[in-house]
Write a protein that binds this ligand. Structure first.
Ligand SMILES: *[C@@H]1O[C@H](CO)[C@@H](O)[C@H](O)[C@H]1NC(C)=O
Ligand SMILES: *[C@@H]1O[C@H](CO)[C@@H](O)[C@H](O)[C@H]1NC(C)=O
Ligand SMILES: *[C@@H]1O[C@H](CO)[C@@H](O)[C@H](O)[C@H]1NC(C)=O
Ligand SMILES: *[C@@H]1O[C@H](CO)[C@@H](O)[C@H](O)[C@H]1NC(C)=O
Ligand SMILES: *[C@@H]1O[C@H](CO)[C@@H](O)[C@H](O)[C@H]1NC(C)=O
Ligand SMILES: *[C@@H]1O[C@H](CO)[C@@H](O)[C@H](O)[C@H]1NC(C)=O
Length: 854
């Protein structure tokens, strides 16, 4: 009703007042400012502005200011426009009763504004990412999203979705979705367009791997161990280490590398054992892993002490303690004996018990032999430790040593009182209750060593034999013992059990005497002889277990008897009953059919044994040899060489046939040392030489007198020569008888054996080996050879004759051996040869085998 009234008024006053507003239209973007000018035509007293709500705008407002410029205009200024400010504003001019007005419609609109579209926006991989782009505008804008230059087609990838609020949702965002996204807003009404580039970052939760989940280390050896974790993620995670929640930092104990992935624990100790946590952390979150450190400890013996016990005590326990991880096992050893836990020694004396780190060894009853070093060993999987302790056992003296001691008058003997004691004992000797040495006993001496006290007694008379008392005393006790000094006797006779004869030697097997007489047997004496001749004797050192001796220098095929006696310090005992034996023939093999089947057994002959005999002339030597083992193949011949020792050249070699037994070297230089080598040769080769040296007699000034010759013929030789002369005389008579009277011994032989009936038969017996062959009138020797043709008795598998080198015993008797100078009186009988032939050196001997068999 009011407006109708005003409208009526207005029309009535048109003529007087006119109002015009410039600009006539107003569009203001939010936040902008704008002003409007209201001009009045006519005389106006008041010019007022009215807000859209009809209120008159007063000048005191801040946001909308009204300002009267002059008589006819007023300005309306809208600062920092707000949508509330939109509407129709009125400008009213009044003059007394006249009034006029103009209006202006002010429109306020919202420009495209990104109210909330931050960049970058970060998400964790796998999250449903909500990319925010809040836009305000009026009218509302439409939003499109672009990525990598093109519009996101939500229909193409179901993970993408434009939400009702225009946010872009990416379900399960991936690292590959990372990048710049464009949020573009458009307002159709104004053709307005604006865009915002939003950087999307996809963070990745760390992943973590331990290089080793378990690390082993040894304590107390200044060892450093490294624990390591490798982490991945986006952004690059940081790695830290913690132990029991406490974060570890580089210091004396720990050191970390730049990225923290490696933790080094220095100088590992047992306390460092446990779990270590490595933590990887970034914006997306954190992950952790555990590494276990096992710390082993080498065994170490922590307690072991020396102990002292005494034999009187009940028992003693030795204790050994050890540390280590794993818990060590403890063992004991004493000398070569080893004891382990729970073990009881065979005698039940030693008992070992172990509990955790302690082991105890108990000796139930302590003996003095238990004293010494005990070794305790603690052992676990990574090592061992050893220590020794000493068990001292104190005990009263113990006296040992042979109770009976044998000696003979004036021979000093030691009575030894061996004392075992700890602590050491002092020893005194008594005789008949009186301490030695005493005034009455000048023939005793005492030698004290730490372990033995020797009482040296030199008996003067029967009185000095008898009992002696050794008394040993130490802190623990006293012990005494009686020793007996007994008069020694000579040994009883040994018993010859068997003799094994060879051609030139014999092995005598015997049994020790039943009684040694109380003292050691020092020697054995063997005596042997050909029937009816003098005894040859030789002594043999009595070695331990000696039960065989070898007698040498025998003649082949000869009857001997042998007896033996034993010798000790007191003297020589009785001889055994003699035993008879016959030496074997000389071994030889003439018949080639006798070659043994096994040629492997064949070898060179043994060297012949030589004996030399200076001839009466004094510058001739007869060298006999005794054939030795032929090595399994018959001896073909002998090779003889000789020379004066001071000359280097040998005389020409002499070769003699197999049956030869000697050679006579004559016309030698006077008073000269000669050596002779004789070598036997068979199919296999040459033997070692048998050797002999001798010296020729001094040159006689006159014709040597055979009776008193310096060459010293023995009485035997003289008797021999007389016999020969006598026989020759008899033979001469006999021959004369034979030829003249057809009677006598020769006749008898001829008739009975040869069937010869008269003279005319040649007397062969006279063919003595005196004929000589002189070569080139030089001083070459006249060589005389005797050959022998005998039944072969070589046996391939037979026993070998022992010789000087056969190790049965070392003779210490004085027997002439090959290499000794020949003394003329050492003549020995040579077996009669069936044939004697004269032969030439280097030629086969002309043997007469048929005759020999006759
Ligand atoms: C660590 O020691 C234990 C026990 O001796 C063993 O079983 C394990 O194999 C060892 N580990 C390493 C990595 O040597
Ligand atoms: C332990 O080892 C480190 C290096 O491995 C060394 O520098 C240090 O001197 C050693 N310490 C001892 C006590 O041996
Ligand atoms: C134990 O005894 C031995 C031998 O008697 C000695 O060398 C060592 O020093 C002793 N040890 C101790 C700890 O007494
Ligand atoms: C007795 O023993 C002592 C000491 O060992 C020694 O000197 C002495 O020669 C011995 N006497 C005899 C006869 O063996
Ligand atoms: C010591 O010798 C004297 C005289 O030779 C003798 O009278 C005495 O009984 C002897 N004493 C002992 C303890 O044999
Ligand atoms: C040895 O002599 C001591 C001192 O005279 C004596 O006490 C002890 O009984 C004697 N021992 C023996 C075995 O005769």
């Amino acid at each position: 009703m009011l407006s109708a009234h005003l409208l009526c008024l207005c029309f009535s006053l048109l003529a007087s007042l006119q109002v015009e507003i410039t600009p006539m239209q107003g569009e203001i973007s939010v936040g902008e400012s704008k002003f409007f000018l209201c001009e009045v035509v006519g005389d106006a007293k008041d010019i007022d502005w009215y807000a859209p709500n009809g209120e008159k705008l007063l000048p005191n407002r801040q946001d909308i200011i009204v300002n009267r410029n002059d008589e006819s205009s007023s300005t309306l200024t809208i600062y920092n426009a707000d949508v509330d400010n939109a509407g129709v504003y009125k400008c009213v001019a009044k003059n007394a009763d006249k009034e006029s007005q103009g209006t202006v419609n002010v429109k306020i609109f919202q420009k495209i504004t990104f109210k909330n579209a931050p960049s970058p926006q970060e998400f964790n991989e796998g999250d449903d990412a909500d990319i925010i782009c809040d836009v305000v505008s009026s009218p509302p804008a439409s939003i499109i999203w672009k990525h990598k230059g093109s519009k996101i087609q939500v229909t193409k990838d179901v993970r993408f979705k434009i939400m009702g609020n225009n946010h872009l949702q990416i379900r399960g965002i991936k690292k590959t979705d990372e990048g710049a996204y464009t949020c573009e807003a458009r307002v159709m009404a104004r053709g307005e367009i604006d865009l915002k580039i939003i950087k999307v970052i996809v963070n990745v939760l760390p992943s973590i791997r331990t290089r080793q989940s378990e690390v082993n280390a040894t304590a107390d050896i200044n060892q450093s161990v490294m624990l390591a974790c490798d982490a991945d993620g986006f952004p690059e995670p940081t790695v830290t280490w913690a132990r029991n929640i406490i974060v570890l930092e580089s210091d004396d104990k720990y050191s970390l590398n730049d990225d923290g992935s490696e933790l080094i624990i220095k100088d590992v100790k047992k306390v460092d054992e446990g779990d270590y946590t490595c933590i990887a952390r970034n914006k997306a979150g954190e992950k952790e892993e555990e590494v276990s450190l096992n710390v082993f400890v080498q065994p170490r013996i922590t307690y072991l002490d020396n102990q002292t016990a005494s034999e009187l005590e009940e028992q003693i326990t030795l204790t050994c303690e050890a540390s280590g991880d794993p818990t060590p096992t403890i063992t004991w050893s004493f000398g070569r004996r080893f004891f382990t836990d729970g073990e009881q020694s065979l005698d039940g004396n030693v008992m070992v018990r172990s509990h955790a780190r302690v082991s105890s060894l108990t000796l139930k009853y302590v003996q003095f032999t238990d004293a010494g070093q005990y070794l305790c060993t603690a052992r676990n999987s990574i090592g061992q430790d050893q220590q020794t302790m000493y068990l001292e056992v104190r005990y009263a003296p113990k006296i040992q040593g042979p109770v009976t001691v044998y000696t003979w008058e004036r021979n000093a003997a030691n009575i030894s009182c061996e004392v075992l004691a700890h602590p050491g004992a002092s020893v005194v000797w008594f005789r008949d209750g009186q301490q030695l040495p005493s005034a009455n006993t000048t023939n005793v001496k005492i030698y004290n060593t730490p372990a033995i006290s020797y009482l040296e007694v030199t008996p003067d008379s029967q009185n000095d034999f008898g009992s002696y008392n050794c008394t040993a005393t130490n802190l623990i006790g006293t012990e005494s013992k009686e020793f007996l000094l007994i008069q020694a006797d000579v040994p009883s006779a040994p018993a010859i059990e068997r003799v094994e004869p060879f051609s030139s030697t014999a092995v005598v097997e015997f049994e020790e005497p039943d009684a040694s007489g109380g003292v050691a047997i020092l020697k054995y004496r063997a005596e042997w002889r050909m029937k009816g001749q003098d005894w040859t004797s030789r002594e043999y050192d009595a070695e331990d277990g000696l039960s065989m001796i070898t007698i040498v220098g025998l003649k082949p095929e000869t009857f001997y008897e042998v007896k033996m006696s034993a010798i000790n310090g007191k003297g020589e005992g009785e001889s055994s009953t003699p035993l008879n034996f016959k030496t074997a023939p000389v071994l030889s093999s003439v018949t080639p059919t006798f070659i043994p089947s096994t040629s492997a057994a064949l070898r060179e002959p043994s060297p012949p044994k030589l004996e030399g005999k200076l001839q009466t002339m004094g510058n001739a030597l007869k060298v006999n040899w005794i054939k030795q083992d032929d090595g399994g193949s018959p001896i073909k011949h002998y090779l003889i060489r000789y020379r004066a020792k001071h000359v280097s050249d040998w005389k020409p070699e002499i070769r003699l046939p197999h049956g030869s037994e000697y050679v006579v070297l004559s016309s030698l230089d006077w008073n000269t040392e000669y050596e002779v080598y004789v070598v036997a040769e068979n199919q296999q080769g040459k033997s070692q030489p048998g050797t002999i040296s001798f010296r020729t007699a001094a040159e006689p000034t006159a014709i040597p007198d055979t009776m008193t010759s310096g060459s010293g013929l023995g009485t035997g030789a003289i008797v021999g020569i007389l016999i020969v002369v006598f026989v020759l005389l008899l033979v001469g008579v006999d021959v004369t008888c034979y030829f003249l009277n057809k009677c006598g011994f020769l006749m008898c032989i001829a008739v009975n054996f040869c069937g010869k009936s008269g003279p005319g038969a040649k007397n062969k017996d006279i063919e003595e080996g005196k004929a000589a062959f002189i070569k080139d009138e030089s001083k070459e020797p006249i060589v005389e050879v005797r050959t022998e043709d005998r039944t072969p008795n070589h046996e391939g598998g037979g026993p070998t004759e022992p010789n000087e080198t056969t190790p049965l015993t070392e003779p210490d008797g004085k027997i002439m051996t090959e290499d000794k100078s020949i003394a003329p009186e050492m003549e020995t009988e040579v077996k009669k040869a069936p044939t004697e032939v004269k032969t030439v050196p280097n030629e086969a001997a002309q043997t007469n085998g048929n005759e020999s068999k006759a």
